[in-house]
Design a protein around this ligand. Structure first.
Ligand SMILES: NC(=O)c1ccc[n+]([C@@H]2O[C@H](COP(=O)([O-])OP(=O)(O)OC[C@H]3O[C@@H](n4cnc5c(N)ncnc54)[C@H](OP(=O)(O)O)[C@@H]3O)[C@@H](O)[C@H]2O)c1
Length: 284
């Protein structure tokens, strides 16, 4: 039976570990705050109490932590990797992932970055979009495992290319949500019925499915029970902007959006669904 350790059982990590358990894999779990692994242990996962014991016979290590810094630090604590494959699935910077690949090699492991698009529902149903970066041989060896989480895991290219692709997609999440929110605010203030606006938008080339996914939350101003938090969207937009600077892109349009998202810091919006950004697009 395939043995896998899931390190980081936050929102996405818990869903991924649950899916792997349901697929019949031998799942080991670790989280900094150990209370968050309890529901998974109750479902049949094995607790990793000491990071020094995370590595096992042919066990693959999947990391789903907040960012690259946390991932590098936890991998360091794991220690000698004894030929294990390390798969970080959290979102991080391109250079961070490349450095992590070197760190993993120095610790005796193989590396495959595998960031994902999709959230809890897609993880639970095995329909995440996996964009891997690394060597083809490592990717091929991990295809069976990744196929439990994704219908068609893709190898984008070498290490860094998966991270860049993921940041490019998350820039779209931020920008599309921001654009839709502004348009919604304007039509509502002009007294245009939202359904009329949507009836024009939906069949047009401007429509994106995410608009309807977030519309009700925005209309109700209810952002509890998030799939992806405002704080994490801000983290990813900042990472995109760092890459944009390196790539010599004109990013003025996005720096304004980042400063808007900064306004969520220290408020209840930060832990809520990222479309709580809608609360920031109107002057209060
Ligand atoms: N949620 C999504 O839909 C989604 C989709 C695609 C990608 N992602 C990415 O996946 C990653 C996890 O997202 P999430 O939504 O699961 O976030 P989350 O619910 O906030 O979980 C964050 C995880 O990181 C751990 N962590 C944070 N700082 C740490 C540190 N310094 N040392 C050790 N562990 C640390 C947390 O541990 P504690 O519980 O102890 O705080 C928790 O396990 C992020 O990179 C995110 O951008 C998320």
């Amino acid at each position: 039976m395939t043995s896998v350790a899931v390190l980081g059982t936050g929102l996405l990590g818990t869903a991924i570990a649950t899916r792997l358990l349901e697929q019949g894999l031998n799942v080991h779990v670790w989280n900094r705050n150990p209370s968050r692994i309890v529901p998974l242990v109750e479902k049949g996962a094995t607790a990793i109490d000491d990071l020094g014991e995370a590595v096992g016979n042919d066990r693959v290590l999947i990391f789903i932590l907040r960012d690259g810094t946390a991932t590098a630090s936890v991998i360091e604590t794991v220690g000698e990797l004894q030929g294990s494959t390390v798969i970080p699935m959290g979102t991080m910077g391109v250079e961070e992932s490349r450095k992590l690949a070197t760190q993993v090699a120095d610790q005796g492991g193989h590396y495959l970055e595998a960031p994902v698009l999709g959230s809890k529902p897609q993880a639970l149903s095995g329909s995440l979009l996996v964009m891997a970066g690394g060597e083809a041989t490592v990717f091929e060896a991990q295809q069976p495992l990744l196929s439990h989480l994704s219908q068609k895991p893709l190898l984008v290219g070498p290490v860094g290319s998966g991270a860049a692709t993921k940041l490019a997609l998350n820039q779209l999440i931020a920008s599309l949500t921001h654009s839709f929110s502004l348009s919604l605010q304007l039509v509502q203030q002009a007294g245009v019925p939202v359904e009329t606006f949507m009836a024009i938008l939906r069949p047009s080339a401007l429509y994106a499915p995410t608009f309807d996914k977030k519309l009700q939350r925005m209309l109700d101003h209810k952002y509890a029970d998030p799939n992806f938090s405002t704080a994490l969207l801000r983290k990813d937009l900042r990472l995109f902007l760092e890459e944009a600077t390196t790539a010599g892109l004109q990013d003025q349009g996005l720096t304004g959006l980042l400063s808007l998202l900064e306004q969520a810091k220290g408020t209840e919006l930060d832990a809520q669904d990222y479309c709580a950004l809608h609360e920031l697009t109107v002057l209060k």
